[in-house]
Structures are given as structure tokens and as C-alpha cells.
Design a protein around this ligand. Structure first.
Ligand code: 0L1
Ligand code: MG
Length: 259
């Protein structure tokens, strides 16, 4: 295999992420790329964001539904880094610089205590969680046709692109998050629905898994950080002019205008 230059690959991915230009898979050139090496590439890519004064403000979990894991032939989720520039300040998504964006409904846990270690339990997550937001994540793989292997998608920061949080914060004990029904409408038509339990049987498990995976890489979830726990339904493709209305039953409705 060609010698792996993680720094050069990180620079290349950063360029494609910043400019919304698609690229061929990294594994075409480096077929033996490992998931561990891919996380090194992800870290170096996001270091470039940080150097541009775009700090890491949270983490995201991907491949948290059994269906997505089976379709990729994996039995573990993946994580990515969220930076300040990825958070939309208003519920409007500009798609001009994106490739083939998709939107998925999620929950975001915001922490008020550090979470770390390989032995974290759900009750540790509840003790550390300040509040839960309803959230929409925009994923936009930089790879052609949204097709990739596991190391490819990890290197591309788990397809992270943008996200928006609802304006209401809920107490973690407000409801049974696994039982919440979510229905997505695109341009007035129902396109997806699902329950919170689609996320690793319960969204809290996603934060547990994230902490364990981060521990392997000597990382921790710091106070104040947000964690997007994973898609509650399949992601929906969007284009200019679309309007999404996402109802979280008994909680609130999030709207997103695509411009
Ligand atoms: O947020 C996600 O679940 C996406 C993870 C990466 C896989 C994809 O882009 O579909
Ligand atoms: Mg997601």
C-alpha cells in the first residue's frame, strides 16, 4: 500500500469539506486504511478548523441504528466532532456549498459535568446531563454518491456538516426519550417516522458508548459540550426550496427551511 500521509489526507478532506466538493473514497488509494488511522485523520482535519478559530463544541454519534450498522457490516457506532461553525443560528439551511445534504432528527444531550472512562453507566450520563434539546442534523458525505467504507466515513468526520437545536431545553427526566415518536414532513408530506429507541434502544446508551469509544482515544466529554446521539429515522435528502417540519410528539415541532 502507498505510504499513509495522514496530514496530507486531512488537508485534502478539509478542503473538500470547506468547499463542498465531492471526492473519491480515501480507501481507493489506501485500501488498508484502518478505523484507528481514520480517527487520526479526523482529528487532524478538525485541528485545522480549530486553528481557524472554529472550536470543537461537541460530538456526534453516527451509525447508531441497527439497520445502518447492518447495511455497513459493522457492530459499533462511530463518532465525529462538532465545531462552532456547524451550528445553525436559525432554522435555515443554505445548500449552495453542500453536495448532497440529508437531514435526520436527533436529540442532543448537553453536559454540565465531565464524562470520562471506559466504565460509564446510564446513571453517570443522567447525573452529568444538564438538559436535552430536540435537534436536526444535516449530513453531507464528501464522497461520491454518498458511498463509503467505515474508515472513509470516520475520516470524513462521520459526514458532519451542520446541526440546529430547538429553542426549548428539556430536563433529562421530562419524558421517556426512547418512547418519543418523531414524524418528519417534507413539503407537507410525511416522509419518515420513528421512535427514540431507534438510537441504540435508548438515546442514553449512545452517550455511554461515545464515552467508552472516546476513552480508547484518551478523550473525554467536557462540561458544556453537546452530544448528538444519532438519527431517530432515516435521513431525508433535501434541496433548495424544501421545508421540513419535524414533530416530536408531546414535545415540540422543529422546522427547517432549505434555501
Ligand atoms: O449521523 C449519522 O448517522 C451519519 C453517520 C455517517 C453515515 C452516513 O453518512 O450516513
Ligand atoms: Mg446523525
Amino acid at each position: 500500500m502507498k505510504r499513509l500521509d495522514v496530514k496530507a489526507i486531512a488537508e485534502k478532506i478539509d478542503y473538500h469539506q470547506q468547499n463542498g466538493i465531492e471526492m473519491v473514497k480515501i480507501t481507493n488509494e489506501y485500501p488498508e486504511l484502518t478505523v484507528e488511522e481514520a480517527y487520526d485523520i479526523q482529528k487532524l482535519t478538525i485541528q485545522r478548523y480549530v486553528e481557524r478559530n472554529d472550536p470543537v463544541i461537541g460530538w456526534k454519534m453516527g451509525l447508531t441504528s441497527k439497520a445502518k450498522q447492518i447495511s455497513m457490516g459493522v457492530d459499533e457506532p462511530i463518532y465525529g466532532r462538532l465545531t462552532e461553525s456547524m451550528e445553525l443560528r436559525e432554522p435555515v439551511l443554505h445548500v449552495k456549498d453542500l453536495i448532497h445534504p440529508k437531514v435526520e432528527p436527533e436529540f442532543a444531550f448537553v453536559m454540565n459535568k465531565e464524562l470520562k472512562g471506559g466504565n460509564v453507566k446510564p446513571r453517570d450520563v443522567w447525573a452529568a446531563a444538564d438538559g436535552i434539546y430536540l435537534a436536526l442534523e444535516v449530513i453531507d458525505s464528501r464522497y461520491e454518491n454518498f458511498k463509503f467504507t467505515l474508515p472513509d466515513v470516520v475520516a470524513d468526520n462521520a459526514s458532519s456538516t451542520k446541526f440546529v437545536l430547538g429553542s426549548q431545553v428539556f430536563s433529562p427526566s421530562y419524558t421517556q426519550w426512547d418512547q418519543v415518536k418523531v414524524t418528519m414532513h417534507k413539503n407537507g408530506e410525511e416522509v419518515q417516522s420513528g421512535y427514540g429507541k431507534a438510537v441504540l434502544e435508548h438515546p442514553v446508551h449512545s452517550v455511554v458508548e461515545l464515552t467508552k469509544m472516546m476513552n480508547r482515544d484518551n478523550l473525554t466529554i467536557k462540561p458544556g459540550m453537546a452530544v448528538l446521539v444519532g438519527g431517530i429515522t432515516e435521513a431525508v435528502s433535501v434541496e433548495e426550496g424544501d421545508i421540513l417540519n419535524v414533530e416530536y410528539e408531546g414535545l415540540d415541532t422543529l422546522n427547517l427551511a432549505i434555501n
